[in-house]
Design a protein around this ligand. Structure first.
Ligand code: NI
Length: 209
């Protein structure tokens, strides 16, 4: 049975601060993921650390891996559909980026990988991502598959008790968008607070290189 969700102003302020803290620690989280011991000193190191591999299922329950999108640029974001703020902001930005890319948009495939596979089934993701853009592919899997995918991208996430959240929990997570090249290699990351114009321009520049 769904719990009623009646956030107080104080609660919302708390959530906002959590989002700000997560955003601020996004880059740090990238570098100090669970398996990480000595932070990379350069983008080249980040490239060697972020493997961008996954074996998940899409909204139609089809098994997909990074190879399923071979030859495409990928813009990958990890989150969960009950996220109050960061994920909707990021996906809204992605949607706008796709609009801005115009005729170049078919070269880019945005992926939204859930960090909450217990709730975010293929059906839930299908409904959620379609709110933002029809081009976004929602990916889920078993908890172990999600863990492996997150580890491959060096994404930090943790289930946290939040009494007033739906089902009494939320997911703390790093909030970077990862740009992966057509060769499957990590190219760059963006922050969810960046403007769609900035991100679209950066992607276009990379595509032109
Ligand atoms: Ni989120």
């Amino acid at each position: 049975m769904a719990r009623s969700f009646q956030p107080t102003v104080r609660r919302l302020r708390f959530i906002l601060w959590i989002c700000i803290a997560i955003a601020a620690s996004g880059v740090t989280a990238l570098l100090i993921g669970p398996e990480f011991r000595s932070p990379p000193s350069s983008l080249q190191n980040a490239r060697s650390l972020i493997k961008a591999r996954f074996a998940l299922i899409d909204q139609q329950h089809r098994p997909v891996t990074e190879k399923s999108f071979s030859g495409k640029w990928l813009l990958v974001f990890f989150g969960f559909t009950n996220c109050p703020d960061v994920c909707p902001t990021a996906l809204g930005m992605v949607s706008r980026v796709m609009d801005l890319l115009g005729t170049k948009s078919p070269k880019l495939k945005p992926l939204f990988v859930t960090l909450d596979p217990d709730r975010d089934t293929a059906e839930v993701l299908d409904e959620y991502v379609s709110v933002f853009a029809s081009s976004i592919v929602g990916l889920t899997g078993t908890p172990m598959q999600i863990k492996e995918a997150a580890k491959s991208f060096r994404v930090y996430y943790a289930r946290v008790t939040q009494d007033e959240a739906p089902d009494g929990y939320g997911i703390d997570h790093s909030a970077l968008l990862y740009l992966i090249g057509p060769d499957g290699k990590f190219v760059a990351h963006f922050l969810h607070q960046q403007t769609p114009e900035e991100v679209a321009k950066a992607i276009e520049e990379r595509m032109a290189e």
